[in-house]
Design a protein around this ligand. Sequence first.
Ligand code: PEP
Length: 252
Amino acid sequence: MRKKIVAGNWKMNTLPAEGVELAKGVVAGRGEVCSCVNFIVCPPFTHLSQVAEALKGSDVALGAQNCAAEAKGAYTGEVAASMIAALGCKYVILGHSERRQYYGETSATLNKKMEQAYANHLTPIYCVGENLEEREAGKHFDVVKAQIEEVVYNLTEEQFKELVIAYEPVWAIGTGKTATADQAQEIHAYIRKVLAAKFGAAAAECPILYGGSCKPSNAAEIFAKEDVDGGLIGGAALKAEDFLAIGKGFQK
Ligand code: PEP
């Protein structure tokens, strides 16, 4: 049985007090959703510690949106994996398309970040996905394959067992356009095949989340697909009610 996961990527939104309120709202309503759903919230670095406090005693996990590629030292403005782990994070989002696009993150950087994450017992939520041009040119399979081969294939079998993947078509992120459930299933199944080529049967256990304008109205249809194990949620994670309603989308 693969883990079912609904993870909220708050991006650069909320002030600390607002983040705490949001986290409290998720904790308060969590009981209305199947305990089989693993909720994760990923606030900005600045509120990790206060949100960790708000999540105490609940089963809602904490994640960060990024970590540094180096362990420590003279890297002004960076935040080390050890630091976020010390604040109570269990997860870290790596390779988000906004990081790849605006901050030039390459597979070489991401290999180092993955290494830091594992060295600090953080579970990476590794994002892959094509942009609109690549989708229209029919290159989406090749794009995600390369993103997996260049990074995930470098993991050990033990590390791979901890990994979570998020498929996020860039054209669907924050645009209101969602991949259809069939499009999501098609590429999730393909991703699993690419993972199986390297890791064999363990690929069947790897949670693959869908991300890109996922909301309460479309989550159930997408999550019903065989190879979709939950969602990485942006905009809709900023309202506890919507975030929880997405979790209710699990009917399998
Ligand atoms: C994201 O950026 O991870 C994301 C899925 O955003 P949204 O849900 O807003 O499209």
